[in-house]
Write a protein that binds this ligand. Structure first.
Ligand code: BG6
Length: 519
């Protein structure tokens, strides 16, 4: 093993960090993609690379090396990328962009224990540095199951691939799940840290790459009118919802034993919660942002009665988009006795002055009524209503909704007088929609995040402390559910596909005198 690694600084001459309006263009660099046959690589990573090239944000000599246990030549790999781009890229296909990009494609066959393959990978990268001017700067993208992360980074180290020399960089990109509990997350973090310095490890939580998620920061900290009421004096509670209409599809192997809480709440939803609840950072450097997020995650508390403040479910057969769909237990590869939850709802508190007494309700489920992700900040009622009681019968609580997807934007719901001679007040909504205010369409989260990796720009990547804090929040809940499974006391409650989840989730809110929003 070599000594403690240090991050090499790489200045991108095309980037002026003082002026964020200038396009951010990656300097000389390449990427090595492990797991090229996987869904994520095909649907997200490869198309995003093409989209970046098409937008002129990659260097002309950019290289992409595929590594997999396949008997492929460079042309076969290029064909795979071509098909994925044609099917999934966001921007139009332009022959000249494609041709230039494809000249930098190479394929290295081999498995993760194959020393010769890693030697071959090193030679390929050296050849690319010569032929394409990639300058020794390479990101290793591990789009593979986490159980292989340790082996691969070890191989990278042993074959001299992780070493950064003066003026060049090596980075590693990992996808969630970052472990399946706190202990395994620590192990994973340790195995990465033995080879790559903290600043060279990029953990992808693709929700942080979404425009609307970043807009939470813009909305809160670029405006004067939200922050004064963003606290327990005015906020009654917060609901964070990520609903999907799809089932688990062909992902039984990944999903069974993981479930909704580990798959989505541990990462995407807790990150959203941290952005909504954190204090204003002194600037938007990675350090400052992460520090504030970490403070929130460290202040999260669980209610004492986890049986009353959590809910879990499994979709049964039902309807989705007018089509009859099967239940979770009938999905291929799912054992009949599986207790993996496809729906999870949890109630959390944040023990600090700003949020004391304000519950944060987080929920995520597959095969729900429709696909929608939103953060709803529900305000307390006005302390006094100087109207006749009947005038405000239909007035509910003011709500600010950040619509993460689809229909990206922001909605504010408040009371307004109904036209007419009598005083009657009813809820109305005021809307900001991205589509209506901006002509540019939002880039895919992966475009933003891959570009940030190549630029070495880390604010949107969770640091290992955040990952560990998130597991600290989730572990007691997962243990509670596992205990219930073991003693047969309770199991995930079935809900028909196409509905809004199990009745126990509704009861959980009803106990607090609240209801879930129907987004
Ligand atoms: C992934 C989860 O992180 O996010 C999937 O593993 C989920 O289960 C996906 O379907 C949803 O992403 P998006 O961007 O479509 O909301």
């Amino acid at each position: 093993m070599t000594g403690t690694p240090t991050e090499a600084t790489h200045a991108n001459p095309l980037r002026d960090p003082e002026d964020r309006r200038l396009p951010r263009i990656a300097g000389p660099s390449g990427m090595v993609l492990f797991g090229v046959t996987g869904d994520l690589a095909r649907k997200k990573v490869m198309p995003a690379i093409y989209d970046l090239a098409n937008r002129g944000l990659l260097p002309p000599g950019f290289s992409l090396v595929g590594f997999a246990r396949r008997d492929w030549a460079d042309q076969d790999f290029a064909q795979i990328v071509h098909d994925s781009v044609k099917e999934h890229a966001r921007t139009e296909f332009r022959e000249e962009v494609w041709r230039q990009l494809a000249e930098g494609f190479r394929f290295v066959p081999g498995d993760f224990s194959d020393d010769l393959a890693f030697d071959n990978l090193r030679r390929t990268i050296e050849e690319l540095d010569q032929a394409r001017g990639t300058g020794g700067n390479h990101a290793f993208y591990l789009s593979i199951p986490p159980k292989f992360f340790g082996d691969v980074v070890q191989q990278l180290q042993e074959h001299g691939l992780s070493r950064q020399t003066d003026g060049s960089w090596r980075r590693v990109v990992v996808e969630k799940p970052f472990g399946h509990d706190l202990a395994s997350a620590r192990e994973l973090n340790d195995s990465l840290a033995q080879v790559f310095p903290t600043g060279s490890v990029f953990r992808i939580d693709h929700y942080l790459g979404k425009e609307t998620v970043q807009n939470i920061l813009a909305m809160r900290f670029a405006n004067a009118m939200f922050e004064p009421i963003w606290n327990s004096n005015y906020v009654d509670h917060v609901q964070i919802t990520m609903a999907e209409d799809i089932g688990i599809g062909g992902r039984a192997g990944y999903y069974d034993g993981i479930g909704a809480a580990r798959d989505v709440i541990q990462n995407h939803l807790l990150q959203l919660m941290a952005l909504v609840a954190m204090e204003e950072p002194s600037d938007f450097r990675a350090e400052s942002l992460r520090r504030e997020k970490e403070k929130v995650l460290a202040a999260v508390s669980l209610p004492r009665r986890l049986d009353l403040s959590t809910a879990r479910g499994q979709y049964d057969d039902g309807w989705s988009g007018g089509v009859r769909v099967q239940g979770f237990h009938d999905e291929e590869g799912i054992p009949k006795a599986s207790t993996t939850e496809t729906y999870a709802a949890i109630k959390l508190g944040i023990d600090n002055r700003r949020w004391a007494g304000v519950p944060f309700y987080l929920r995520h489920g597959k095969r729900l009524g429709r696909r929608v992700t939103e953060v709803a900040v529900v305000f307390k009622r006005a302390p006094h209503l100087p109207f006749h009681a009947s005038a405000t019968e239909e007035l509910t609580q003011n709500t600010l909704v950040v619509r993460v997807q689809p229909d990206e934007g922001l909605t504010i719901r408040f009371g307004s007088k109904v036209p007419g001679t009598s005083m009657e007040i009813r809820d109305v909504t005021m809307d900001f929609a991205y589509g209506g205010s901006f002509t540019e369409s939002s880039p895919e989260a992966y475009e933003r995040l891959i570009l940030d990796v190549l630029l070495g720009d880390p604010p949107l990547f969770p640091r290992h402390e955040e990952v560990e804090l998130s597991w600290k929040i989730l572990d007691p809940i997962l243990e509670h559910w596992a205990r219930q499974d073991r003693n047969g006391k309770a199991k995930p409650e079935p809900y028909p596909a196409g509905t809004w989840g199990p009745a126990s989730a509704d009861k959980m809110l009803a106990r607090d005198g609240r209801t879930w929003r129907r987004p």
